[in-house]
Design a protein around this ligand. Structure first.
Ligand SMILES: [Zn+2]
Length: 316
């Protein structure tokens, strides 16, 4: 806003009809205009991060999990009979109604397990989804949720406790195995979570999937939806499929079935995550070529998102 105002002043001052004498001058002028306009365009994560309430629209995810937004988000109650939302100061306990319903159902089932009073639920999405100012690249449609790997002993944590309490890591220090915090109940929770047909995939640290591959008995079909990923040793991440009728929602490809070639994903690719890196001869020093930084979710401007997201942002 300020920049375009200054640009306007500049143009008025020099006279916007001044003839441009040479081609290089013309290029310089047009480049300076591009530079000014690109610095003046606000980042989408700032715009969505500033929204404190959902849009008053019918619930619709627009775009893909890491590039989109959410109309008509629903707030997950801070505390329910079988869950507590954590880190309330982040204001990320909003999701698509399908996700809110799923979390309630899952927590009720988990609460039947000994040692688990229910679930501690971390980030879902901002009130209107969209890119975030910190953490995740995804979580933009209200169809992703982080669930703590700490078994809740009680569900009456105060707001302050929900800021200070930490989850537990289930992974060894060298990243290749689970540690003593991992239990069979964790597998039962993951199995319950993945067996729900609403789920597209679940991300968790690779050693946890390896353990489940080696210890799951009976029906193992649910293992296909469990995908190894970096981090995810303090929480697991549930991603739901695009809800029925959500025509603006982009299904993730490749599917879990394609990734695991129709199997349970207990394969070479999985084990490569937990094997030591192959020994290689030290190479002669190569010239360091600076790679251009890839644009990520935090760089997006509104023009990068589906056009409906402008309506989500400006809606009441
Ligand atoms: Zn996540």
């Amino acid at each position: 806003m300020r920049w375009s105002f200054l640009l306007l002043i500049g143009l008025v001052a020099c006279g916007s009809n001044d003839p441009i004498e040479t081609e290089s001058q013309a290029v310089a002028v047009s480049q300076s205009r591009v530079r000014i306009s690109s610095t003046s365009v606000p980042k989408a994560n700032r715009l969505f991060g500033a929204k404190t309430a959902p849009s008053k629209q019918s619930a619709q995810p627009f775009g893909s999990y890491a590039k989109g937004c959410l109309a008509g988000g629903e707030r997950l109650a801070e505390t329910g009979p079988t869950w507590q939302a954590m880190r309330l100061s982040r204001n990320r306990n909003y999701g698509h109604p399908a996700m809110i319903a799923y979390l309630k159902d899952l927590s009720a089932q988990v609460a039947l397990q000994p040692g688990w009073a229910g679930l501690y639920i971390g980030d879902i999405a901002q009130p209107r989804g969209g890119p975030m100012t910190s953490s995740h690249a995804s979580h933009q449609l209200g169809l992703d949720a982080d669930i703590w790997l700490l078994a809740p002993k009680r569900l009456n944590l105060s707001r302050a406790e929900r800021e200070s309490l930490s989850s537990i890591s289930v992974r060894s220090k060298n990243h290749r195995a689970i540690n003593g915090n991992w239990t069979r109940q964790h597998m039962n929770v993951l199995k319950t979570a993945a067996s729900d047909p609403r789920v597209d995939r679940i991300f968790i640290t690779a050693p946890a999937k390896v353990w489940m591959c080696e210890n799951a008995t009976g029906n193992r079909k649910w293992l296909q939806k469990i995908r190894p990923y970096y981090g995810h040793n303090y929480h697991f991440h549930v991603r739901l499929k695009c809800p029925k009728g959500a025509t603006g929602c982009v299904t993730q490809k490749p599917t879990v079935s394609q990734l695991s070639k129709g199997g349970d994903g207990c394969d070479k690719t999985l084990y490569s995550w937990v094997q030591p890196p192959p020994k290689v001869k030290p190479k002669k020093k190569k010239k360091v070529v600076k790679k251009k930084k890839k644009r990520g979710a935090r760089d997006y401007v509104m023009a990068d998102l589906p056009r409906q997201c402008q309506g989500v942002l400006s809606s009441q």
